[in-house]
Write a protein that binds this ligand. Structure first.
Ligand code: FES
Length: 82
């Protein structure tokens, strides 16, 4: 999933670390409140910029992030430097 926060974009796998459920309540529809992403299954709350869990049954865990970059207004997978 891609989450835009201001001019920045953050990408995470759509899988909650609590019980492995999808975070959206309907395909492509997510609960966002006050800068936090809330899992629709049991209410775990994640920071949009870090993916870290702040409240709920996921404490101490985080979403699996995907490295992306914005180039000329397009979101692209970031290439790892070798
Ligand atoms: S699966 Fe997300 S809070 Fe339980």
């Amino acid at each position: 999933m891609l989450l835009r926060h201001g001019e920045r974009v953050f990408a995470y796998h759509n899988e909650c670390p609590h019980a492995g459920r999808r975070l959206d309540w309907s395909p492509g529809r997510f609960l966002i409140d006050g800068g936090f992403l809330i899992c629709a299954a049991h209410g775990a709350t994640f920071g949009i910029e870090t993916g870290r869990c702040f409240a709920g049954p996921c404490m101490g865990s985080a979403l699996a992030s995907v490295a992306v970059e914005v180039v000329d207004g397009e979101v692209r997978l970031a290439h790892a430097m070798e």
